[in-house]
Design a protein. Structure first.
Lengths: 351, 613
């Protein structure tokens, strides 16, 4: 980690996006994570995605739980409000925040301990409710801040740094999310920005629950030779499921895939996702088949990445609850309070 | 029957089997009495069960407004054979025991009137459907009772007509059942009884409702838009009432709702959502009971330290653990006041009745935003789930919701700088922004870790301690903002004071009247909030002996007073009840008299010496 303060200086020739902001405008404070931490690459990808989408940072809310991953919202989008809540409870805080203002973009960052152990219940229920949230799990299979205990996504028989076997099976958060009805489920690798940035862009634009389970090696506690979440292991065992090109409304599709078949999915917000199948017989809208492929790949020791599943027609929580189109936090107190005109009606109910 | 008839001073108790449909009939009875203009108090004593266990409903009728629960029952409507024996014992000498004599019984008491009405037989003859046979038994006994004690039949019929509006066949069936009961009494029983009711005019400015519904309406008036909750007795009906009224009062023209009500997966999530919504500028609340407070504690610490407004209604029930879910207690005082680890402290409001639940219901949202901290409204099962007759709601047309130091986009451009946790005004309360306030200014990072005044992470002990001290200052400020105690100096010369809070007030008023007629003058203070207003310590200092009335075993309010106000414990005498039942006046009177008789020092204080009859 470092104690250096980031200089405020901006080079005048930095490229700007559609709303006139530079990449630097999307940065946060300097990371205090270990040098080489996968999480910092994810932070950089989030910044890239927001910059490229020209999102106004102040209209994003970034939330997290507790752990190394949960520190990272501080490292991107300085102009966004951030909330580092309590361990495993980011989904509930994000749900409340989202209920208060349906017009903002919500990014939730969590880790494998925060999501797959202490926060498993909240994770499941946020998915069930189809909360409009981009939920990024920075998954390194270990508890870093408490120095290297196994987490619930650590694979059975993977070893810790001291060579001890993990005796318990792992939880596959992506399969779980698909089972529970998440509308958008992806897996990626912190070391592959080319894959990750378009996934984040598509997830941010998706109206509903969007999970990106990002394998993000812990260089200090889980990057050894007998770990299944090390840089080397992931590079060797990665199976890219499908490539993705996110197409905002106003842009034309411009992809240059060399091989395979490409399908275009129209989302109900009017935008499109261009999905490029690679090699496998894969329909990303077929829940049942996707789960089977993920299970088969896993049995072969492969780590499947890419956009795994998408349902273009899910209703998000606000649609289900039929909340007002005006954000609840924008309603004036005088409009919300029935006031003196109604007090007699109230009293008459109880006579 | 005796010629010696008394009016409007009696206690009626219904003994039923839960799940048998008796609740509506009993409520009809209470509401009819209320509509006759008679002061009443109704208590539902019910089991934590869906069907088959004993349940009771007590109505204290008192034109002289001595409405505390009484130990002795004048009229027992005994509809549960399982509890006949104990129900019989509760009837006062000279009272009446009404039972279903479809199966004849002998009851071994000759000092009371025993009336048998073959209710099951009457219903079996009238109805072919077994469900109807069961349900209408309740209306049959209501009909019988109406004639026996003089409940105005027009009032009951109007009430039923209100209840079954647009359901003519249900209304007809109920009136038929009512008449079956009345006809049987008319033809077979020597009526009326010597305890009667008659119309009076004491309820013209009163309404009859429970505290949970009142609190829910308060929340609607307070501008709450998000309610996140997890079902738990006795708080469930609060959020259900909020939903019911929101569906009427908050519907937009296109059929959407200006509110979001969400049943969470557990209490942790329920409070997490409420915190998230408040953080994002909605007024949000959760409602729970004791076990929920335990589960919500971690989040309460976060809201305290990160200074996020929050309203939490705690409808207290019997603890510890699962305890007595359907009985009342005031046993969450300490766990709420100091909920969560580390140096935490929380602001409490203590409503005494449904009217105050409404008032605190809307004011709590102002306090939460003014003081940027959780406000816990500590009601209890007695207030929350029983129907009370209270003053009608009032709304000041001039009332302006106060959102405290919530900074708008315009404000922030005028400010020279923004630091979320800086004490600019010297009252300990900082300025607050919500997400998306302004494109360039006002964003900050909310965290439960120690932070600087701009919200940055810090491990500086000095800054950490400064932050804790600044939050303490806010609590000092709150003492003048939160509801002040109600003080009644009944006997200016008396050196005896009594302190209470919450639902015990009705019993205490009754008890103080009894004490006064025994020549014992006591002054009274009712605590309505924590941190304690300065006048509370003054009141204690002004008296030599202070009784503190509470419904818990461990004298929780006394402990809180002693530790927060640095008091002399020797002059504080606890009156503690924790059997889960609403208090009786006798409990208070007897305990005070016993203390006075046993304690020489108190006797000296109460001059002239008292003689207890």
């Amino acid at each position: 980690m470092t104690f250096i303060k980031k200089p405020i200086f901006r080079h005048p020739s930095l490229p700007t996006n559609a709303i006139g902001l530079t990449y630097r405008d999307y940065e946060g404070v300097v990371s205090t994570l270990c040098a080489g931490c996968g999480h910092d690459s994810i932070t950089a990808s989030i910044i890239d995605a927001c910059f490229e989408l020209s999102l106004p940072a102040h209209k994003i809310a970034k939330l997290s739980g507790i752990g190394c991953s949960s520190k990272t919202p501080n490292y991107f989008l300085n102009n966004a409000h951030g909330f580092n809540s309590v361990h495993g409870r980011m989904p509930s805080v994000a749900t409340g925040a989202n209920l208060a203002n349906r017009d903002l973009t919500y990014i939730g960052v969590s880790g494998d301990g925060d999501t797959a152990s202490i926060g498993l219940g909240q994770y499941c229920h946020a998915i069930r409710r189809q909360l409009n949230l981009t939920y990024i799990v920075e998954n390194n299979g270990t508890y870093g801040l408490t120095k290297g205990q196994f987490s619930a996504t650590n694979d059975k028989n993977s070893k810790n740094k001291r060579g001890m076997d993990n005796p318990f099976g792992s939880i596959d958060l992506a399969v779980m999310a698909i089972e529970l009805g998440a509308g958008f489920v992806a897996r990626s690798f912190s070391g592959d920005k080319e894959q990750l940035v378009p996934l984040i862009k598509a997830a941010l634009d998706y109206d509903g629950f969007a999970l990106i389970d990002v394998i993000s090696p812990c260089v200090t506690f889980n990057n050894h030779g007998y770990s299944t979440k090390s840089y080397d292991y992931i590079r060797e065992h990665r199976s890219v499921f499908g490539d993705l090109d996110f197409v905002p409304e106003e842009e034309t599709i411009n992809t240059s895939y060399a091989e395979g078949e490409s399908i275009s999915l129209k989302l109900h917000n009017g935008r499109e996702i261009n999905f490029k199948k690679l090699g496998v017989d894969h329909d990303p809208t077929n829940q049942h088949k996707v789960i089977n492929i993920l299970r088969e790949n896993r049995a072969e020791g492969k780590v499947t990445t890419g956009l795994l599943y998408i349902d273009p027609n899910k209703s998000d929580l606000h649609q289900t609850l039929k909340t007002s189109n005006t954000p609840l936090n924008a309603l004036a107190m005088d409009d919300l309070c029935p006031g003196n005109d109604y007090i007699d009606n109230i009293n008459n109910l109880f006579r | 029957m005796s010629n010696n008839i008394s009016y409007n001073e009696l206690v009626i108790k219904f003994a039923n089997v839960n799940g048998s449909g008796s609740a509506s009939a009993n409520t009809f009875c209470a509401k009819s009495l209320y509509r006759m203009g008679i002061p009443i108090a109704a208590k539902n004593i019910f089991p934590s069960n869906i069907q088959g266990l004993p349940t009771w409903y007590e109505i204290t009728v008192s034109e002289s407004e001595r409405l505390a629960r009484k130990e002795n029952i004048d009229i027992m409507v005994a509809m549960n054979a399982q509890t006949y024996a104990s129900d019989l014992n509760e009837v006062s000498s000279g009272g009446t025991f009404i039972y279903d004599n479809s199966i004849r019984r002998n009851f071994d008491r000759d000092d009371i009137t025993i009336i048998g009405i073959p209710i099951a037989k009457l219903c079996a003859e009238e109805y072919s459907d077994s469900r109807q046979r069961q349900l209408f038994k309740n209306i049959v006994y209501l009909g019988s009772l109406s004639l026996l004690i003089g409940i105005d039949i027009d009032v009951i019929e109007t009430l039923l007509a209100d209840q079954f509006k647009n359901k003519q066949n249900l209304l007809d069936a109920n009136i038929n059942a009512l008449n079956i009961g009345r006809k049987y009494v008319m033809e077979n029983i020597d009526y009326p009884l010597n305890k009667q009711v008659r119309k009076c005019n004491k309820n013209s400015n009163k309404i009859m409702l429970n505290g949970n519904e009142a609190a829910a309406l308060g929340a609607l008036y307070g501008g709450a838009t998000v309610a996140s909750w997890y079902p738990i007795t006795p708080s469930t009906s609060l959020v259900e009432a909020f939903e019911k009224h929101a569906n009427k009062l908050r519907k937009t023209e296109d059929g959407h709702l200006n509110a979001a009500i969400i049943q969470a997966e557990d209490e942790l999530s329920a409070i997490g959502m409420a915190i998230g919504a408040n953080w994002n500028g909605s007024r949000a609340f959760t409602a729970t009971s004791g076990p929920g407070i335990s589960l919500m504690s971690e989040f309460l610490g976060l809201a305290y330290f990160a200074e996020i407004p929050l309203v939490l209604f705690d409808i207290q029930r019997g603890g510890p653990s699962t305890g007595m879910p359907t009985r009342t207690q005031q046993s969450d005082i300490l766990s709420c006041a100091y909920a969560s680890h580390g140096d935490t402290k929380h602001m409490l409001l203590l409503p005494a009745d449904p009217n105050e639940c409404f008032e605190f219901g809307y004011r709590s949202f102002d306090y939460a935003e003014l003081l940027q901290t959780p406000i816990m409204v500590l009601s209890d099962l007695d207030i929350g789930m029983n129907d009370w007759v209270v003053d009608e709601f009032k709304w000041d047309p001039e009332y302006k919701h106060n959102r405290g130091k919530l900074v708008t986009a315009d404000d922030i451009e005028k400010l020279k700088s923004f630091a979320r946790y800086r004490d600019v005004d010297g009252d300990g309360i900082p300025y607050r922004t919500i997400p998306a306030t302004h494109p360039e200014y006002g964003s900050y990072f909310t965290r439960g870790t120690s932070h600087t005044d701009t919200g940055g992470y810090t491990e500086s002990g000095v800054i950490h301690a400064e932050m804790l001290d600044r939050i303490s200052k806010k609590f000092e400020t709150s003492k003048e903002i939160l509801p002040q105690p109600i003080i009644n100096i009944n006997s200016p010369k008396s050196k005896i004071g009594i302190i209470n809070y919450g639902s015990t007030t009705i019993a205490l008023n009754d008890a103080m009247a009894q004490l006064s007629s025994n020549g014992i003058g006591v002054n009274h203070l009712r605590i309505r909030s924590f941190p304690f207003a300065k006048s509370i310590k003054n009141f204690i200092n002004d008296h030599d002996f202070i009784f503190i009335l509470e419904q818990n075993r461990d004298a929780q309010m006394k402990k809180l007073l002693v530790s927060e106000e640095n008091l002399d414990v020797s002059k504080l005498i606890s009156l503690l009840n924790y059997d889960g039942m609403p208090l009786t006046a006798n409990f208070i009177v007897n305990n005070i008299i016993e203390s006075l008789n046993n304690n020489k020092n108190i006797k000296a204080a109460n001059s002239p010496p008292i003689k207890i009859v």
